[in-house]
Design a binder for this molecule. Structure first.
Ligand SMILES: Nc1nc2c(ncn2[C@@H]2O[C@H](COP(=O)(O)OP(=O)(O)O)[C@@H](O)[C@H]2O)c(=O)[nH]1
Ligand SMILES: [Mg+2]
Length: 205
């Protein structure tokens, strides 16, 4: 059971990507996929619709899975392992979660489940780089997310020009020199197959 988080600040496109990516990962029933969402005042995933398309959705509330409710996150993972036995779990943390902490919390769930960690995918919204970086008032939250990322997806590239996409990538490199940077548009289905392939092939360091 491979656990992959789709992180990034509020409104960067996590839920929209999660829904598309889960379908690609599932393929033609080749893999079982479960979704774990941790929403605090965010736009909810419609669990019913997802379940109708053969997915299992767990919604964890009451706090952030990387801190206050890390233990219910871990419990949810081991329950999923026992009941649904997914090949992949895609996790949408809250917009303020720290990817490294989410990984640690996921590992707690591995005590009684056979898990591996997928990449920390962090979305960076190409439509508002200045808002995210120049005014990183949330205690360097956005830059911490970027530093922690294994793969950074510059999201919503359909809504900006090529120069703006390059500009986002350049700014990201100031904080993370090694992560793969992928251009993403969930609206135009750009970059989703590549992310799915990266997740499937990912080996924990
Ligand atoms: N232009 C564009 N907008 C997007 C894309 N993905 C998501 N959005 C929009 O961005 C907003 C936030 O998306 P959502 O998936 O809820 O973000 P989350 O808060 O990170 O889960 C919504 O209005 C989406 O319709 C995309 O690929 N392109
Ligand atoms: Mg969301």
């Amino acid at each position: 059971m491979k656990i992959t988080q789709i992180a990034g600040f509020l409104g960067c496109g996590k839920t929209t990507l999660l829904l598309k990516l889960s379908q690609v990962l599932r393929g033609n029933d080749e893999r079982k996929v479960a979704l774990v969402v941790n929403e605090i005042g965010e736009i909810p995933v419609d669990g019913k619709i997802m379940e109708e398309s053969g997915m299992t959705v767990k919604d964890i509330g009451g706090g952030c899975i990387c801190c206050e409710v890390a233990s219910s996150f871990a419990k949810t993972l081991s329950q999923l392992y026992r009941s649904f036995k997914p090949d992949h779990v895609l996790v949408e943390p809250t917009g303020v979660a720290v990817p490294h902490q989410v990984k640690l919390a996921a590992k707690m769930g591995g005590r009684d489940a056979k898990i591996s960690l997928g990449p920390a995918v962090v979305l960076f919204d190409a439509t508002r780089p200045a808002e995210l970086l120049d005014m990183d008032m949330l205690g360097q939250l956005v830059t911490t997310q970027i530093k922690d990322a294994d793969i950074i997806a510059v999201s919503k590239v359909d809504a900006v020009d090529e120069a703006a996409v390059k500009d986002s990538a350049r700014q990201i490199r100031d904080y993370n020199t090694t992560a793969d940077i992928v251009n993403l548009s969930s609206f135009n289905e750009l970059g989703i197959d590549r992310l799915a392939a990266d997740i499937i092939e990912w080996k924990e360091a």
